[in-house]
Write a protein that binds this ligand. Sequence first.
Ligand code: IPE
Ligand code: IPE
Ligand code: MG
Length: 235
Amino acid sequence: MEKMIDGELLNVPEHVAIIMDGNGRWATRQGKKRTAGHYRGAEVVETICEDAWNLGIKYLTVYAFSTENWKRPQAEVSTLMHLFYRYLVDYLDKFMKQNMRVRIIGDRSGLSAKINEAITNLEKKSAGNTGLNFTIAMNYGGRDEIVRAVNRLLADGVTSVDEAALQSYLDTAEIPDPNLVIRTSGEERVSNFLLWQTAYSEFYFTPVLWPDFTRSDLIDAVRAYSSRNRRYGGI
Ligand code: IPE
Ligand code: IPE
Ligand code: MG
């Protein structure tokens, strides 16, 4: 969608996905515990949701916890789980006020009963909202998602699939593929995020650490996207 943003005509992607990286380094640089970065990072998510919607982005997906993040020290994992729980419960009112439709993707069987309850409640309450489609990837891995989809296909007795059938069994069945993937903190890798869905996504990497990420960084990413020529295998 073409939109005038701060005096500039930009091609705004419908779906932006973000690998929010660098919370730990942000905190360490300030002499704080790594978990302080996660708390600050969660606040940034909230403001970026508002900014994204105001820029004309319809779908925002954020990578909050990967299937590999369980390898971290137990204390950090439990702080993150506590933070997710509080976030899902405390932000419900805000999500409703801002008319946001919230979805969680990832393997829920690895999350606590309390978190599962909060997810079910949030998804149910926000199901009729028509504003930003906000998706949080929690205990999410792209490979794990495909394997879970295949196992559900087998359980349903399916013996042969095409792309559309497999796609319809993914956690993201209801949402379009991301047009743009942003990764913060200077790392330039996918780390098991949306492997199937990013087949033709544009990637944008920035050294900015996630807790420092602002509207202006988001506009920089949209500007870079705007200037690219997507060919999808054609000429
Ligand atoms: C991203 O920040 C948040 C999660 C993976 C949960 P990190 O915690 O990976 O921060 P760095 O990469 O160690 O700085
Ligand atoms: C990717 O960040 C996962 C999330 C942002 C949730 P990581 O910090 O876990 O990725 P690696 O370990 O640098 O690949
Ligand atoms: Mg990291």
